[in-house]
Design a protein around this ligand. Structure first.
Ligand SMILES: [Zn+2]
Length: 292
C-alpha cells in the first residue's frame, strides 16, 4: 500500500505500479492496437473496430485507488458561496439543460461527487440530491443530503430510483465505463436522464497537442491524455457509441465552452461561435435517456 501520492507526471510514473491488467474494448470486445507511449511510459491504444482509445495494459483498480485516488487527490474545500464564475456557469448550464429535458427538479445522483460543491448548488436550486464517491471527503460529509461511499456497481440501490444520474468528469476514470452506464440505466426512471461530461480528445486543443506529440514537437509527449488519471479517451463518436451500447438514446451532444473570466468578451464570443458551434471545444457533454 502506498502511503503518499507519487508524482505521476514523470518518466518513472509507470514504475509506481506493480500489477498491470489487459483491457479489451468494451464496445467491440477486442484487443486494441497501441498508437503511442506517453511521456510517463504508459501505452495509449485504439480499438480497430470503433476507434475508442484507452490505456492498455493499465494498473489494477486497487493500485489506482491507493496511488492515485488517495486522501490527497481531492482539492481543498470549495464552498458554494466561493464558486468561481466558470464553475457556477457550468453548474447552472447543466441544471438548466437537465430541467429542460426532465421538466422537473427531481431526484439526482451525482456519481464521483468530489468535494460536493455541485450537490450543494443543485440542492439550493431545488433538486433532491444524493452524492456518491469512492472516497468521501470531509467537505462532502458535511452536506445535508444522502451520501454514499463506494462504486456504483457495488451499492444496493432501488431500480428507477433517480430522475437524473450525473457523471461529471468521472467516466474517463472508471475501470469499466460501459458497466457504469448499464447500471445507471437500471437506476434511472423510464424517462430519466443520464448526463456525462468528459474531456474531448477530438477538440481543437487536443488535436493540436496530438499532432505535436506525434511529430516530437513537445517535451512531454501525449501529456494531454492524462494517463493514468484518465483510462479512457473519448471523442463525440466513441462516447456516443458507448452510450448507445449501454441501451441509451442520445438527446443532446455538445462541446460547451465554459465562461472564463480572463478571456474577455471578444474571446468568449470567439470560443462560443467557433469552438462550440463546430463541436471542437475541450469538453464533451452528452445527455442520454433509456431507449425503450
Ligand atoms: Zn471497439
Amino acid at each position: 500500500m502506498h502511503t503518499s501520492k507519487p508524482n505521476l507526471d514523470n518518466p518513472h510514473a509507470r514504475a509506481a505500479f506493480q500489477k498491470m491488467e489487459p483491457v479489451l474494448c468494451p464496445i467491440c470486445g477486442i484487443k486494441p492496437v497501441c498508437f503511442a507511449i506517453d511521456h510517463q511510459g504508459f501505452q495509449l491504444c485504439r480499438c480497430a473496430g470503433c476507434r475508442l482509445e484507452f490505456a492498455h495494459p493499465r494498473p489494477v483498480f486497487e493500485e489506482l485507488r491507493s496511488v492515485v485516488y488517495n486522501e490527497e487527490y481531492f482539492p481543498p474545500s470549495l464552498t458554494e458561496w466561493k464558486l468561481d464564475p466558470s464553475r457556477q456557469y457550468q453548474f447552472s448550464r447543466q441544471l438548466r439543460t437537465l430541467q429542460r429535458f426532465s421538466k422537473k427538479r427531481g431526484r439526482l445522483l451525482d456519481v464521483g461527487c468530489g468535494d460536493g460543491s455541485f450537490l450543494a448548488y443543485a440542492q439550493r436550486e431545488g433538486w433532491d440530491v444524493t452524492g456518491m464517491d469512492i472516497r468521501l471527503t470531509r467537505e462532502a460529509r458535511k452536506l445535508s443530503c444522502r451520501m454514499i461511499e463506494g462504486r456504483l456497481g457495488q451499492i444496493d440501490l432501488e431500480p428507477k430510483s433517480f430522475d437524473v444520474i450525473r457523471f461529471n468528469h468521472v467516466l474517463e476514470h472508471t475501470p469499466n465505463p460501459l458497466a457504469e452506464l448499464v447500471r445507471s440505466r437500471q437506476l434511472v426512471a423510464e424517462n430519466g436522464l443520464i448526463f456525462i461530461s468528459v474531456p474531448n480528445l477530438a477538440g481543437l486543443s487536443a488535436r493540436i497537442k496530438s499532432f505535436q506529440s506525434r511529430f516530437h514537437l513537445k517535451a512531454h509527449r501525449w501529456r494531454h491524455y492524462a494517463a493514468i488519471h484518465h483510462l479512457w479517451y473519448f471523442t463525440p463518436v466513441s462516447l456516443k457509441a458507448l452510450v448507445e451500447k449501454a441501451g441509451l438514446r442520445t438527446l443532446l451532444l455538445e462541446t460547451p465552452v465554459l465562461q472564463k473570466s480572463n478571456r474577455g468578451a471578444i474571446g468568449n464570443i470567439f470560443y462560443r461561435f467557433i469552438l462550440e458551434k463546430q463541436r471542437c471545444a475541450s469538453i464533451l457533454d452528452i445527455y442520454g435517456t433509456p431507449r425503450t
